[in-house]
Ligand binder design. Structure first.
Ligand code: GDP
Ligand code: ZN
Length: 295
């Protein structure tokens, strides 16, 4: 065994390559491994990969039946959002939350750029936070410009493996630089994004936090997660809908226009937020089309 925190170059033991899933990368960011010296020379060999408590996977774009592990053993995720400059769409937040529910990763929504919020933004922030917290998601406020909330965010992340995601421009790189000035990530830079505003590289990187713990900058969580979800089971990934599903009259209720639907009953008495239900319908439609390319 080597001291943790040391960076070593290691290679895989041959038989590890055989796994239950067809993977393009047998070892991923976040994996816990057992290493030792090779029998024939001084090089370091990975003997064993510990069972992963969770993993973010995506289908290999080239080999359809193969999967690529983006990150493993994640303790929690942070969605970086903003009410302004640019305003994060609630649909974006819902989509990422669905993906993270799929991967079974607990999530905090961080509203950055609070230094810019005026009365109108403060009002939107108030109802959005309330709705998210009622569902069970934590929320936090930060300003990467004036440092507000950074200490609290640092505390939340301490000693954990954290995944951070967010739409372009919300200040994710600036925040990560605040958490670890040694990172020196480029900010205000759009060159690494393609036309759809997504990172062009699928690789994730894990950075050490000076106060303990790690942060993984993972582009694409939303796409990878949604690609695995069937439209018919979408409500399962809405924590506020999940406990109601068995109370609908029809056991295959899609909560669209069926009679005696417990989800729509909860919507009309205000227990489910309207924007969440609208996001449900919209994302469901998208999944129905995406999963049936022949239509
Ligand atoms: P990313 O695309 O999410 O990584 O965003 P960047 O970190 O590159 O930030 C985009 C722009 O927003 C840059 O011009 C930053 O200086 C600015 N920015 C980031 N955080 C804040 C903040 O909390 N308040 C204000 N006013 N500007 C910020
Ligand atoms: Zn229903």
């Amino acid at each position: 065994m080597l001291d943790s925190g040391k960076i070593v170059r290691a290679r895989l033991k041959g038989k590890l390559r055989l796994e239950e899933l067809k993977l393009t990368n047998p070892v991923s960011v976040g994996d816990r491994v057992t290493i030792g010296n090779s029998d024939d020379d001084e090089s370091i060999v990975i003997h064993e990969i510990e069972e992963r408590k969770n993993k973010i996977i995506r289908q290999s774009p080239r080999k359809k039946r193969f999967y690529h592990i983006i990150a493993a053993n994640i303790d929690q995720a942070f969605i970086i959002a903003s009410i302004t400059m640019p305003k994060t769409k609630v649909g974006f937040i819902s989509r990422v939350l669905i993906a993270l529910e799929y991967y079974d990763i607990s999530t905090t929504v961080v509203f950055n750029k609070v230094d810019l919020y005026q009365k109108k933004e403060a009002a939107m922030l108030a109802w959005l936070r309330e709705d998210l917290e009622t569902i069970g998601y934590k929320t936090m406020l930060t300003s990467a410009s004036n440092g507000e909330g950074i200490v609290e965010l640092e505390k939340e992340m301490k000693d954990k493996i954290n995944v951070v995601t967010g739409p372009s421009g919300v200040g994710k790189s600036t925040l990560l630089n605040q958490l670890n000035p040694a990172l020196e990530l480029r900010t205000g830079d759009v060159s690494s994004y393609n036309e759809k505003g997504q990172h062009t590289t699928p690789f994730s990187r894990m950075h050490k936090l000076p106060k303990g713990g790690f942060v993984i900058d993972t582009p694409g969580i939303k796409e990878y997660g949604l690609a695995n979800i069937d439209a018919y089971e979408l409500s399962f990934y809405f924590p506020e809908m999940k406990p109601l599903i068995n109370e609908c009259q029809f056991n295959n209720c899609q909560h669209v226009n069926e009679p005696k639907c417990a989800v729509r009953a909860a919507l009309s008495n205000g227990e489910i937020a309207e924007w969440r239900y609208r996001n449900y319908l919209l994302i469901r439609e998208e999944l129905l089309i995406e999963n049936k390319p022949y239509l």
